[in-house]
Design a protein around this ligand. Structure first.
Ligand SMILES: *Cc1c(COP(=O)(O)O)cnc(C)c1O
Length: 470
């Protein structure tokens, strides 16, 4: 399998060439040259596999430059009951008839990002070892991504993580999760500023090409193809659990921000998984819902802060991949829309015909507000005795607006409620018990913390990196 860029660069690249990269050199995103089709016999055979076996089968279709035995070992080491809490890895939780949740949040940081990041940590360590190289991952986080990256990269040979977060602004639980890590290769930098300052510093450091090369700076952001690929697996796993045979169709509802999660659903559908609808749910930051309703994509200048903070985005960094497919893989047009139009006009529109075609790809959308979120959390608790987190609540609210008779709806559970205890309390009142916390995380808030406070200044961050990569 080879990979191309959505903006036209067709230089032949294999999986391991793009594994450690972010954007393609022409500013586009990497996609496989084609989506391998899974026929009925293969689908039938996969139905009986464990999660790790299934992951190996799917990854093997896209990775031909890592020996099979090595890939198998990496995948087996990643998707274990010890790390993800159950043998099924992503079990379903039934709600009312025809609707269920798929639990993607039982990994170390209680959010679905672990599903891909845990594999990425193992792939990175393997590939760097094979090349005899090291990599210093620089990132900015307001919460979920940073902790998922740190728990995936901790203790890995050849890897260091420098993670910037806004000092004192993450939730107490998120701070405890990240700052309690004592691994020597993990560096938490608490920046005296807001999240945008952290992102600006990462950009400034990355734009210093000489520094970036000399210190082997890399990233783990959501545009990484390997992350997206790892996420394709749980669409298949969810389908097999919700259906009895391959003649059946299912729909998925996906709480969305940067379009990474649902883009994996799009890939699964292109491979032939019988998906009826891909229901995209946004919070008040509704750039994507607006696109699927009107055909206009208007990037916002900044995101509004909401109670489903991991979906607070002003533009969706993975969206370009879907638009490329929507436009029949027209790289010239994709470059025009995401290069020129976005820079010049802050957005673009597609034609009515093209908008109509999004439905042929299964897409429908909706949005959810703070009041919707609270009502959905309360209703789910009262009717099913189940606590759900704020992002999953957005997904469930919008899912119910797009039910088809006879087609099971699988709502992706993207985080556990323990991460957002304050909003859960607001929804359920002071008499409800606090959201359950997995045993491994009890008492985490009283562990010793390891972090360094730095000014919102790229030069200071560079000096820190220099001093710790010698
Ligand atoms: C990251 C995240 C999302 C959004 O996923 P995208 O891939 O950015 O669309 C939704 N919910 C939670 C809990 C997340 O951490």
């Amino acid at each position: 399998m080879k990979y191309l860029s959505t903006r036209g660069d067709r230089t032949e690249r294999g999986f391991s060439d793009i594994l450690l990269e972010g954007l393609a050199p022409d500013g586009g995103l990497y996609l496989p040259t084609h989506y391998p089709k899974v026929d009925a016999a293969t689908l039938q055979r996969w139905r009986g596999l464990s999660y790790a076996e299934l992951a190996f089968e799917i990854l093997s279709l896209y990775i031909d430059d890592i020996p099979g035995a090595d890939l198998k070992r990496l995948v087996d080491a990643t998707y274990t009951e010890a790390v993800f809490g159950t043998r099924a890895i992503t079990p379903l939780k039934p709600l009312e008839r025809g609707v269920c949740l798929e639990a993607l949040s039982n990994g170390p940081t209680l959010a679905f990002k672990d599903m891909a990041m845990q594999l990425l940590g193992n792939l990175f360590e393997y590939e760097l070892g094979r090349r005899g190289e090291t990599l210093n991952i620089l990132g900015a986080t307001s919460g979920d991504t940073g902790s998922a990256a740190e728990y995936a990269m901790r203790g890995k040979r050849g890897l260091r993580v420098f993670m910037l977060s806004p000092h004192g602004r993450m939730s107490p639980f998120q701070q405890a999760q990240m700052f309690s890590l004592q691994d020597a290769n993990i560096h938490n930098l608490a920046v005296e500023g807001v999240f945008d300052d952290c992102q600006d510093i990462v950009k400034a450091v990355s734009n210093d090409i000489e520094f970036k090369r000399r210190h082997r700076i890399g990233t783990v952001n959501s545009i990484n193809w390997a992350r997206l690929l790892a996420q394709v697996v749980y669409y298949f796993a969810g389908y097999f659990q919700a259906s009895a045979s391959n003649g059946e169709r299912v729909s998925f509802a996906v709480p969305s921000g940067n379009f990474g999660n649902i883009c994996a659903g799009h890939v699964a559908r292109m491979m032939g998984l019988p998906i009826q609808r891909l229901v995209l749910a946004t919070n008040e930051n509704d750039v994507l819902d607006e696109f699927f309703r009107t055909g206009r994509y208007r990037a916002r200048t900044s995101a509004v802060e909401t109670s489903s903070p991991s979906m607070d985005i002003s533009r969706a960094s993975n969206f370009e991949r879907f638009v490329f497919d929507l436009l029949g893989r027209d790289a010239v047009r994709t470059r025009e829309l995401f290069g020129e139009c976005l820079a010049r006009d802050g957005g673009f529109g597609v034609s009515p015909d093209e908008l109509a075609r999004t439905a042929d790809f299964g897409f429908v959308s909706g949005r959810s507000t703070h009041a919707d979120r609270l009502a959905t959390i309360r209703d789910t608790w009262q009717r099913f005795g189940l606590m759900i987190d704020t992002h999953t609540a957005d997904g469930l609210k919008v899912a119910r607006e797009h039910l088809d008779p006879g087609v099971p709806m699988i709502v992706l559970e993207t985080a556990l409620p323990a991460k957002f205890a304050q909003t859960i309390r607001e929804a359920l009142g002071p008499d409800a018990p606090p959201p359950p916390l997995p045993a491994a995380l009890r008492g985490i808030e009283s562990l010793p913390r390891r972090f360094t406070v730095v000014a919102a200044d790229a030069a200071e961050v560079k000096r820190f990196i220099e001093a710790h990569t010698a």
